[in-house]
Design a binder for this molecule. Structure first.
Ligand SMILES: C[S@@+](CC[C@H](N)C(=O)[O-])C[C@H]1O[C@@H](n2cnc3c(N)ncnc32)[C@H](O)[C@@H]1O
Length: 212
C-alpha cells in the first residue's frame, strides 16, 4: 500500500443516504403510498397503534406514508429519515405533520418520552453487529410499557443480500428478537409471511420493559 493513499470507507449512513437519494423518485413511485403496502401489514400496524399511548416516531419514515397512516389512527406521529429528498417529499405531501432529516441512532427526543417507535424496514441496511445501536436508542426514547414495531426481511439465517438500494440483511425472527431483548424490550408478537410477489416478510412487536 502506498503511504497516504489509504481510502476510508464511507460511513454506513452515507452509503444508505446516497443510495436512496439517487433513487428517491423511483422509490416514491413504487412504495411511497399506502396503496403499495400489503393489507395484512396495514392491519398489523393498525392494531399495534391502537394500544399506544403517547407520541410515536416513524423511524426511517421514507416519504412519510406510514407517519400519515399513524396520524390518521389518532396518534401524534412524526418522522425522521436520513434522506433529504424523502423529507422534502413528506413535508410537501403531509404539511400538517412533522418530519426531520437525521439519523434515528441519535434522537433529540427525551428519554422515555415516546409512546412508540415504528421501524418499518428501516433497519434492513444495518450490519447485524451494529443493529444494537439503533435498537438501544429506540429503547431509550420509548417510555416503559411503550411499543416498538419492526418490519424486516425474514430468512433462515442472518445474511446479507443484494437489495436494490444497497446491501440489505435478512434476519431470523429468533435472532432479531434476541437483539430486542438484549436492549430492554419484551417481544410480544412475531409475524411472518411468504407469497408470490413479495420477499419473505417478518414483523415483531415489542414492549419497552420497565427501567431496571
Ligand atoms: C426500505 S426504506 C423504508 C422507508 C419507509 N419506512 C417505508 O416503509 O417506505 C429504509 C429507510 O430507512 C432509512 N434509514 C436507514 N437508516 C437510517 C438511520 N440511521 N436514520 C434514519 N433513517 C434511516 C433510509 O433512509 C430509508 O428511507
Amino acid at each position: 500500500m502506498i503511504v497516504g493513499m489509504e481510502t476510508e470507507s464511507p460511513h454506513p449512513h452515507e452509503t444508505v443516504r446516497a443510495a436512496y437519494s439517487a433513487r428517491s423518485e423511483e422509490y416514491v413511485d413504487l412504495f411511497g403510498s399506502m396503496t403499495s403496502t400489503h393489507p395484512s401489514d396495514r392491519a398489523l400496524v393498525r392494531s399495534w397503534a391502537a394500544e399506544l399511548d403517547g407520541p410515536v416516531l416513524d423511524a426511517g419514515c421514507g416519504p412519510g406514508q406510514w407517519t400519515d397512516f399513524l396520524t390518521d389512527r389518532g396518534l401524534v406521529a412524526s418522522g425522521i429519515d436520513l434522506v433529504p429528498e424523502f423529507i422534502r417529499r413528506a413535508r410537501a405531501q403531509y404539511p400538517r405533520l412533522t418530519f426531520e432529516a437525521g439519523s434515528f441512532e441519535e434522537l433529540e427526543d427525551a428519554t422515555g418520552s415516546l409512546g412508540g417507535v415504528l421501524s418499518w424496514y428501516s433497519l434492513i441496511h444495518h450490519e447485524p453487529r451494529n443493529i444494537h445501536i439503533p435498537l438501544a436508542e429506540f429503547a431509550r426514547v420509548i417510555r416503559p410499557g411503550g411499543g416498538l414495531m419492526v418490519g424486516f426481511f425474514v430468512g433462515d439465517t442472518v445474511e446479507a443480500f443484494d437489495h436494490a438500494a444497497t446491501t440489505g440483511y435478512r434476519w431470523t425472527v429468533r435472532a432479531l428478537s434476541q437483539e430486542l431483548e438484549s436492549v430492554g424490550f419484551e417481544v410480544i408478537e412475531t409475524h411472518t409471511r411468504t407469497g408470490s410477489g413479495y420477499r419473505p416478510h417478518g414483523a415483531i412487536t415489542a414492549r419497552r420493559q420497565s427501567l431496571r
